[in-house]
Structure formats: C-alpha cells, structure tokens
Design a protein around this ligand. Sequence first.
Ligand SMILES: Nc1ncnc2c1ncn2[C@@H]1O[C@H](COP(=O)(O)OP(=O)(O)O)[C@@H](O)[C@H]1O
Ligand SMILES: [Mg+2]
Length: 132
Amino acid sequence: MQKEEFRKNKVNFEAHIQPETLDIMADPRLIEQVFINLLKNAAQALTEKEDRQIWLRARREATGKTLVEIEDNGAGISADALKNIFIPFFTTKKAGSGIGLSFSRQVMRLHGGNILVKSQLGQGTVFTLVFP
Ligand SMILES: Nc1ncnc2c1ncn2[C@@H]1O[C@H](COP(=O)(O)OP(=O)(O)O)[C@@H](O)[C@H]1O
Ligand SMILES: [Mg+2]
C-alpha cells in the first residue's frame, strides 16, 4: 500500500535497518499507526518538491535504546509551528485533522519511549522514535 503510494507520487524511499534483525517490543497495531502517520506526513511535505526523498533509519544505541528516524527533504516546519505540532488538532493543512502527531506521541509515551523532531524550513524534517 505505502510502496504503491510512494511510486505513484514519485517518492524515493530508502530504509536502513541495522542490524537487519533489529526488533522492538511494542504493540504492533499502535506502532503501525505511528509509522503510517509519520510516512504520510513526510509524503505530504514533499508534494511541492521536485526531488522527493524519505529515509527510514533504525539502529540500537549503546544504551540499549532503539532509535527509528523518519526523515524527509520536504517543506520543513516553521519555528512557530514546531511548538504546536504535538498539540491535538493542530494542523497547517486545508483538510488536516491534526491528530497524527499527538496520537503518535501518546503511543510512544505509552511504550515508555518518546518522539523527537528536528526540522529546517525548506530543507526537511526528521522525526525520531525512541524505544526504551
Ligand atoms: N514531515 C513533516 N513535514 C512538514 N510538516 C510536518 C511534517 N509532519 C508534521 N508536520 C506539521 O505538523 C502538523 C500536524 O501533523 P499531524 O498531527 O500529523 O496532523 P495533520 O497531518 O492532519 O495536519 C501538520 O499539519 C504539519 O504542519
Ligand atoms: Mg498527519
């Protein structure tokens, strides 16, 4: 489904999972929703771009925590909006619901983890999921 969407929208998707056997303890249905939200946001941030890239990187830190980064080279997020993106119903989209990121943060906290964001306007955005 996601692959088909990427192809249709000319998004180049690269996944780097290190090691390939990397696993996490989490509710698969909830975490799947988090991934879908983040990938959908990334794809939507790319529509005005010529070169459309999404990278997914997963690795285990020395501390034992697992980090999953989802990065796009899309529109980026203004410093003002960045303060609000995790607030329920905050959206900058015409037909946005503004629930994707607040839900995602809720899910990550439920798992004892967190979600972090770094963004540069016009350059792109990286969301990092931290699993304990
Ligand atoms: N990858 C991204 N690139 C740029 N802006 C983003 C990205 N992800 C989220 N945002 C910003 O955060 C807001 C909230 O996202 P979200 O909670 O998923 O709601 P929605 O997608 O319905 O707007 C978006 O409206 C957008 O402004
Ligand atoms: Mg969304």
